[in-house]
Design a protein around this ligand. Structure first.
Ligand code: FES
Length: 566
């Protein structure tokens, strides 16, 4: 190892490092750089622009602005491509590839010559993948997000992906919306660049990244098309150069205290359940665990203060205009570890200051009049979920919080698709729908399929919500009484693997319990007959099956944890 900087970092060792650097410079000069430029400190820019990522449509102009910031501060900006992940364009699902993006990004940060890096992300899995990568690569990193899309005005209402997509689709399934109308709405749901316009996973992760200190607080919510978004990009470039002169390794920002702050924010936002898995993965890279029992304690003492879809009314642009993260953090400052530092070494107390001059209380509620007095998420434990499961109570129907019923089980996504709308399916509104075989180890890759559709014949009767359970995830933009991330998952041989239609299951939010009411002898007999599905033979799928951890550990690859997960 050498302490070389800039273009001299990570020079190949052929036995003559001076020649390796000479060779590198001469090749770099073929791109037209002067020697003066090549002697500057280098800021890498992870470019996730892609024709298969609509959310990142503005990546080219953001990168141009980052470069401007780097150049103005005296650095040399060098952008490089990485894997880009966009929710609707990936099969079996984007989660299946989050760790691949993290692996790719980490390798490229570590292998290429850069003294700091700006991570341009946004869509759901990209920010966690980039922060996981940065934590492991150890190179100072600034997170820049593309920002949320703006809501579209449509015939007297506002629409933005993707809560409104689900709302309209549910009404279409129930026969309340015509074919012509649903096609018209299709072109009106996502009409600008940027990430989903509600407090879904992308927005939640942006707020968490800002809380951890990887970007300024206001940068979490600036709309994708606002000029301030470009100024935030310019500042990200300048910040990266400051980091070169005063390096802060990413892991220094990921501590027990800062992760707890992030959990508080997740709860106060009524944020996405997915963020819990991602935060566990980011924290896990630094040896910090997210404890579900601690989550419950935090949830019981953290009010939901932000009134945004999918659980409330507003859109991300409203959150930004209402005062954004500074306003929220100011409101819950007594619950936070205020000594946590950001990339500039500023404490959270300094970053929050006196809060913004204006706060729109219709969107960011005061502590005295919260959206909910307790946090949006709860962890459940019991005989069906020995290692835990998650319920987003802020998106659920309170009348279903205490519910014991017969269950109707679907064994994988194909079985679900085949039978859910079958008129002959024996199901009543009080039954519990269970999907198994869709967890992190499954071929499905833990998709956002936990929001099981209400069977058509019940939807037509006006049924809007039922208790649904699975080992997979739910979109951060979805809503309903949906128990997720059941661990251990079915493919790992958890009790979920043994559930059969007709069994009785009990959900108790008050007791934080999730129990399978089947006697031990019956379960033992079922277990004796059970075997896991065959593992994929090769490639990424085989590696996932061999190495992926369960949801409470962030569903990361075991060998990427500190010490190789030993
Ligand atoms: Fe990219 Fe929703 S599809 S954030």
């Amino acid at each position: 190892m050498t302490d070389a900087k800039g273009l001299g970092r990570n020079a190949a060792n052929y036995g003559d490092r001076d020649f390796a650097l000479y060779l590198r410079r001469s090749f770099a000069k073929s791109m037209g750089y002067s020697r003066e430029a090549l002697d500057r400190p280098v800021v890498g820019i992870a470019d996730t622009g892609s024709d298969l990522n609509n959310c990142h449509r503005t990546a080219p102009e953001l990168i141009e602005a980052v470069k401007r910031g780097v150049l103005m501060a005296g650095g040399l900006p060098l952008a490089f491509p990485t894997i880009s992940l966009c929710e609707p364009f990936l099969s079996p699902c984007s989660m299946h590839y989050r760790n691949l993006m993290a692996l790719d990004t980490e390798a490229m940060i570590a292998a290429q010559p850069m003294d700091a890096v700006v991570l341009v992300g946004g869509c759901d899995k990209t920010v966690p993948a980039q922060l996981m990568a940065a934590a492991s690569a150890g190179v100072p990193a600034v997170q820049l997000v593309v920002g949320p899309m703006s809501a579209n005005r449509f015939q007297g209402e506002r629409l933005a992906a993707c809560t409104d997509c689900r709302r309209y689709w549910a009404r279409y399934r129930a026969g309340e919306v015509s074919q012509a109308r649903i096609e018209e709405v299709e072109g009106s749901l996502a009409t600008t660049a940027g990430t989903c316009g509600v407090m879904g996973t992308a927005s939640t992760m942006a707020c968490i990244a800002a809380t951890l200190g990887f970007m300024p607080l206001e940068a979490a919510s600036i709309p994708a098309t606002h000029a301030d978004r470009l100024r935030a990009a310019e500042e990200a470039g300048a910040q990266a150069v400051r980091l070169i002169h005063k390096p802060v390794p990413p892991a220094a920002l990921i501590t027990e205290k800062s992760v707890e702050n992030a959990l508080r924010v997740l709860l106060a936002l009524g944020g996405s359940t997915n963020a819990l898995v991602h935060l566990a993965a980011i924290a896990g890279r630094c040896g910090v665990a997210v404890d579900y029992r601690r989550l419950n304690a935090l949830s019981d003492s953290t009010p939901v203060l932000v009134d945004l879809k999918p659980t409330g009314e507003g859109y991300m642009e409203d959150f930004h205009a209402a005062g954004g993260m500074r306003a929220l953090l100011h409101e819950i400052r007594d619950l936070l570890h205020l000594d946590c530092a950001d990339l500039d070494g500023r404490s959270l107390a300094e970053r929050i200051g006196d809060g913004p001059a204006f706060v729109d209380r219709a969107v960011i509620k005061p502590r005295g009049a919260p959206v909910s007095p307790v946090g949006g998420l709860v962890a459940l434990f019991g005989t069906l979920a020995p290692e835990g499961a998650i319920l987003k109570r802020s998106a659920a129907t309170p009348a279903l919080f205490e519910h014991e019923a017969r269950c109707v089980v679907f064994d994988g996504l194909e079985d679900l698709a085949r039978r859910i709308d079958d008129e002959a399916l024996e199901v009543t509104p009080s039954d519990i729908l269970i999907l198994k075989g869709a967890g992190p180890l499954s071929a499905a890759g833990m998709p956002e399929a936990g929001y099981l559709p209400i069977p058509k014949k019940l939807a037509r009767q006006g049924v809007k919500d039922m208790v649904r359970m699975s080992d997979c995830r739910m979109s951060g933009t979805a809503f309903g009484t949906v128990v997720l991330h059941i661990a251990p998952e079915a493919v790992a041989g958890g009790p979920l693997a043994l559930v059969e239609t007709g069994d009785r299951v009990r959900l108790s939010v008050a007791e934080r319990r999730l129990d399978l009411l089947v006697d031990e002898a019956t379960l033992a007999a079922r277990r004796a007959r059970w075997s896991p599905p065959p593992a994929p033979a090769r490639g990424w799928d085989a590696l996932v099956r061999r190495e992926v951890l369960q949801a409470p550990q962030g569903a990361d690859l075991r060998f990427l944890l500190p010490g190789g997960g030993a």
